[in-house]
Design a protein around this ligand. Structure first.
Ligand SMILES: Nc1nc2c(ncn2[C@@H]2O[C@H](COP(=O)(O)OP(=O)(O)OP(=O)(O)O)[C@@H](O)[C@H]2O)c(=O)[nH]1
Ligand SMILES: [Mg+2]
Length: 416
């Protein structure tokens, strides 16, 4: 009996250790990878001679050139969402070119070898840390290691030489170690403490179905969703009033009219990132690796869980702003909309005046919106306002994309 109990306990312990390990692995999130790439070497130049009948002498040299070694390319595949397929230290080797043959026959060029990566991957040369390219859209390709040229055959230029040419050596293929880093490509980022309702909001306004649960760090990796503004506005027409008079603050009204420009706003890409906590910029919680994902967002929706006491909501708002600032000062400059979530119970609504006053004191821009992500109240207005803000930000900074540097080539044709 004792033995049975001991075995059971140790089995349970092993299971919980295993769970912890898998969680740890998940937490690492496959958004970084090292890949060793080696392009193919060129084929050797052929050493051959014409046959001369009834003679022991060699005829004219006729060895053909070697073929080109295969390139290594990266291909942007929209079906991938992480770099998990590159787990470990992957080695990608392209084929060598074929050797030159007799009768001036050139060896065949090797086909390029391609490795798929998701959109948002930034490719760096690990040795120099220089950015080689950045993938945005499906179909983009980037040459990361060039195949070597084939060696020259002893035939030289076809038919012109009677004396044997010294065969020229083939070139080796280019070798390098790449450092790949995935950065989410989204217009609008959802930030906030764990449990603020970020995933709930994403699933309300997009077709994405992230895991939602009432415990912190439900979301372990970023989720993306595409939000069609006029669709959401047509469906979620209830807004939560936030009038200056505060008289009807928190009451829910239906606005039947969809703004005329809603159609023109098209759609926006939203990113739901794992919850941030105090000290995220220094690596606490899950925040640090994900903060860099929001670097590219042009608008941030800062979600606050208003079912907490107003003092706590205020404290969390300040904490997140501090984390953004200490991670990257530019992040603190990204325009935010402050979203007061969980406005669907009388207790929470009754705190709204106090909350609005507190937040307005801290955020002079005044972009504050009460919503209930779960019930869908206020979310139509939220996505509409966010899209308008995004439009403004884009118009103010048309050079934004150019500044981000080199982009992967959409039309690699193997000739470079
Ligand atoms: N009452 C109420 N509950 C909500 C609302 N939005 C989210 N919740 C609940 O809050 C809990 C956390 O929601 P999530 O969407 O998982 O929160 P999150 O911010 O993604 O959390 P992490 O992934 O842990 O960072 C869930 O139980 C949700 O059902 C809301 O508007 N009203
Ligand atoms: Mg979540």
């Amino acid at each position: 009996m004792w033995l049975l109990c001991a075995l059971l306990v140790s089995a349970l312990r092993m299971q919980s250790n295993k769970d912890e390990q898998t969680r740890e692995q998940q937490l690492k999130f496959f958004d970084e990878a090292f890949v060793r790439v080696k392009a193919g070497a060129g084929g050797r130049g052929g050493v051959h001679f014409d046959r001369v009948k009834a003679s022991s002498q060699r005829g004219r040299p006729n060895g053909g050139d070697g073929g080109r070694g295969g390139d290594v390319l990266l291909f942007c595949n929209a079906k991938l969402s992480s770099l998990s397929n590159l787990r470990g230290f992957r080695l990608v080797v392209a084929d060598n070119g074929k050797d030159g043959d007799r009768s001036f026959r050139r060896g065949a060029d090797a086909q390029p070898t391609t490795l798929d990566v998701p959109p948002g991957t930034v490719v760096r040369c690990n040795a120099t840390k220089t950015v080689l390219g950045e993938f945005r859209e499906h179909g983009e390709r980037l040459l990361v290691a060039k195949g070597g040229a084939g060696g020259g055959g002893n035939g030289g230029a076809k038919g012109r030489k009677t004396k044997a040419e010294k065969p020229q050596p083939q070139e080796p293929g280019q070798k390098r170690v790449l450092f790949l880093e995935l950065q989410v490509v989204a217009d609008v980022g959802l930030i906030g403490f764990p449990n603020a309702g970020k995933s709930t909001l994403l699933s309300r306004v997009t077709a994405a179905r992230p895991k939602i649960a009432n415990y912190p760090f439900t979301t372990l990796t970023p989720n993306l969703g595409v939000c069609d503004i006029s669709n959401v506005l047509t469906r979620d027409r209830f807004r939560i009033n936030l009038d200056e008079s505060l008289a009807d603050l928190g009451t829910i009204t239906e606005s039947a009219i969809v703004p005329a420009d809603a159609q023109d706003l098209g759609s926006i890409v939203l990113a739901d990132i794992p919850g941030l906590v105090d000290g995220a910029a220094d690596g606490r919680g899950l925040g640090h690796p994900f903060l860099r994902h929001i670097r590219r967002c042009r608008v941030l929706l800062h979600l606050l869980d208003c079912s907490e006491e107003p003092e706590e909501v205020e404290r969390r708002y300040i904490a997140i702003c501090k984390e953004l600032l200490s991670f990257d000062t530019r992040l603190a400059d990204v325009p935010q909309v402050i979203v007061l979530n969980k406005m669907d119970s009388d207790v929470v609504v009754s705190r709204l005046p106090d909350l609005v006053e507190r937040i307005k004191r801290l955020a002079p821009h005044g972009r504050i919106l009460p919503i209930s992500a779960a019930a869908g109240h206020g979310v139509g207005e939220l996505v509409y306002r966010s899209a308008r803000l995004l439009q403004k930000v884009r118009a103010m900074d048309p050079t934004y994309d150019a500044e981000r540097g080199f982009q992967a080539s959409a039309n690699y044709d193997g000739s470079s």
